[in-house]
Design a protein around this ligand. Structure first.
Ligand code: NAD
Length: 461
């Protein structure tokens, strides 16, 4: 079946057929206050088998209890408002049609339109997307941008897809979820294995169905009404928060050594901007290997090497490391910027850093978090640290709605102000309540969402 026919068929189908709408109010938490962790030991270099949703709900439950949220209200805020699952058949260059599964989860829209990235990865499943959507709800509230939380994903072998196949996945996904999206309803953005080009295809597909609508996605290419500074925004936000937190860990930015796990959008920009501060990036890893350099890697040349070769290995002048050696690299700051569950109870003890700034979503399991706390490692949590992307996505959306463009300095200045304010509000709460930053961040986020839901008359609190 041609792509055009598939699109026409998708457009003709009713909302009911395309959308499994689920205003799920059932209790999805398994937490009893103790950090959950998968049975058995996860191999040191692999991801924890712990469900991402369990990780997020563990913190949600702890914070909800601390702020005195009644159980029935917590059940509404914990679960997702709407979950959509769609079929994505794509004809590949082997001549066969491969059927992938796509998800869009809209977790909570009390504070504004749903907002969250789209991930293409072979491990994407509903649980992961649900967890990431929930995280977005708290993140947008903590950063105080007027959005709710959502996430999307397509389970597909993203890194094996040819460019044309990736485009077909992006278009088919958009054409099947378009009915629940909209610039005032739900606005996707890039995440793992998706980028500005994928957003351009998704915007174009939405435009074919509904007319030209730049504000339907953020993280677009600059010539397509993308925002200056969006590509670097998550990495830049991490660096702003590192600067805020450095004093707490007794670090001077210009004398800091850094290890970065994952050298994609978030990791490579964090590395480049840390180097601009004078820090030494002593080790980096990706899905295929890891490298190090005692005197510090040239992070911009490394980004070019990755753009050409697709991996960090083979970078001239660097030593190759295995995954365990990478995790054990001595450094001041460790930046996880790959996938969730990478720091778990089998490897947390091996990290030799003083601070972790979480670029990835849910990189640290609750059990690992406790180990790090006992070791005195200062953790700047994902739900606040990696908000830079959604903050500049908000700026992009505002520019699109006004058909106006801000220059990069204006975007970066506004991003810096937003990130610093969020950090200071959360740090003040952490001090007041004598809790770690992560718990304080959840407390602040949940309170803001609960208040908006109450003011709308959605919950009785
Ligand atoms: P990306 O696809 O650009 O990069 C991902 C990187 O992780 C790649 O270098 C990949 O090789 C590496 N990786 C994958 N598996 C790995 C493994 N097992 N070990 C080591 N490295 C591995 O994705 P991204 O947009 O940079 O996102 C990275 C993380 O940051 C994700 O958790 C994402 O949800 C989170 N995040 C992204 C944004 C954003 O604006 N892009 C915003 C907030 C949070």
């Amino acid at each position: 079946m041609s792509e055009q026919t598939q699109r026409e068929e998708a457009a003709e189908r009713s909302d009911e057929e395309q959308v499994t709408e689920k205003q799920a109010l059932h209790d999805q938490s398994s937490s009893d206050g103790r950090p959950p962790e998968a049975p058995g030991d996860t191999p040191v270099g692999e991801r924890a088998e712990l469900s991402n949703f369990e990780i997020v709900n563990h913190y949600f439950d702890l914070a909800a209890e601390r702020i005195g949220l009644p159980d029935d209200v917590a059940a509404v805020l914990r679960s997702a408002y709407r979950e959509v699952q769609v079929q994505i058949p794509v004809k590949r260059s082997d001549g066969k049609t491969h059927t992938y599964t796509g998800y869009r989860v809209q977790h909570n829209g009390a504070r504004g339109p749903y907002k969250g990235g789209v991930r293409f990865h072979q491990e994407v499943d509903l649980d992961e997307v649900r967890a990431l959507a929930s995280l977005m709800t708290w993140k947008t509230a903590i950063a105080d941008v007027p959005f709710g939380g959502a996430k999307g994903g397509v389970n597909c072998p993203a890194t094996d897809l040819e460019e044309g196949e990736k485009q077909a996945v992006a278009r088919a996904f958009m054409s099947k979820i378009d009915k629940v999206l909209g610039p005032t309803r739900d606005i996707p953005a890039p995440d793992v294995n998706t980028n500005a080009q994928v957003m351009a295809w998704m915007m174009d597909e939405y435009g074919r169905l509904h007319g030209h609508t730049p504000a339907i996605v953020t993280g677009k290419p600059i010539p397509m009404e993308g925002s200056h500074g969006r590509e670097e925004a998550t990495g830049r936000g991490l660096v702003y928060l590192f600067r805020e937190a450095a004093g707490k860990a007794g670090l001077k930015p210009s004398e800091t050594s850094v290890a970065v796990q994952g050298y994609g959008n978030v990791g490579s920009w964090a590395a480049r901007l840390m180097q601009d501060l004078g820090a030494r990036v002593v080790a980096v890893s990706d899905a295929y290997g890891a490298i190090s350099s005692e005197e510090g890697l040239d992070t911009r040349a490394l980004a070019e090497h990755v753009a050409e070769s697709g991996e960090v290995s083979g970078f001239e002048g660097a030593d190759e490391l295995d995954v365990v050696e990478f995790l054990e690299t001595e450094c001041d700051v460790f930046i996880p910027a790959a996938l969730g569950g990478m720091i778990h109870k089998s490897n947390a003890d091996r990290l030799r850093c003083r601070m972790i700034v979480e670029g990835a979503n849910s990189p640290t399991t609750p059990a690992a978090d406790e180990i790090l706390q006992d070791k005195g490692v200062f953790v700047v949590p994902d739900v606040m640290a990696n908000a830079g992307g959604v903050v500049v996505s908000y700026f992009e959306w505002v520019q699109n709605l006004q058909h106006f463009r801000w220059d990069e300095r204006e975007v970066n200045d506004k991003l810096g102000r937003t990130m610093r304010r969020a950090y200071r509000e959360v740090a003040a709460r952490a001090e007041e309540d004598d809790v770690p930053l992560r718990l304080a961040a959840y407390e602040v986020g949940i309170e803001r969402v609960a208040e908006a839901a109450r003011l709308r008359g959605y919950i009785d609190w």
